[in-house]
Structure formats: structure tokens, C-alpha cells
Design a protein around this ligand. Structure first.
Ligand SMILES: [Zn+2]
Length: 65
């Protein structure tokens, strides 16, 4: 059985490189775009926390219920 959700979107990653020392706001934007385009890894807890502090809606599987 193929798992499309977990597949890495290599093309998206090639086009969206995040610098290692990117500020948190940039990380949030990157992860939001990433979550929509690619399922290779979840948003890390530190970024989720920062999103919550900014009052952003955190996309989780639970919110899709
Ligand atoms: Zn990815």
C-alpha cells in the first residue's frame, strides 16, 4: 500500500530552502507552507509553540476531524 501523505515532495524542498539560522517568523512561514505541500516530517514543537503564541491556527490532523 502506498502512503502518499508521508511522501517527500523533493521538488518543493529544492525550491524552498530554509537557512539554518532563519528567524522564528520565517520558520513558521516555511513550516506552514511545508505542511501544505509535503508530509515528510511534522512541525516541530518549538515552532508549534511560537505559532500558538502568535495566535496562528496550527494545522493538525485533529483539526481536520
Ligand atoms: Zn518535506
Amino acid at each position: 500500500m502506498k502512503s502518499e501523505v508521508q511522501a517527500i515532495n523533493k521538488r518543493w524542498h529544492e525550491e524552498h530552502k530554509m537557512p539554518p539560522n532563519a528567524p522564528m517568523d520565517e520558520r513558521i512561514e516555511w513550516h506552514l507552507a511545508h505542511a501544505a505541500e509535503c508530509g515528510c516530517r511534522p512541525i516541530p514543537p518549538s515552532v508549534l509553540k511560537a505559532m500558538d503564541e502568535r495566535g496562528l491556527l496550527v494545522p493538525t490532523p485533529r483539526s481536520l476531524k
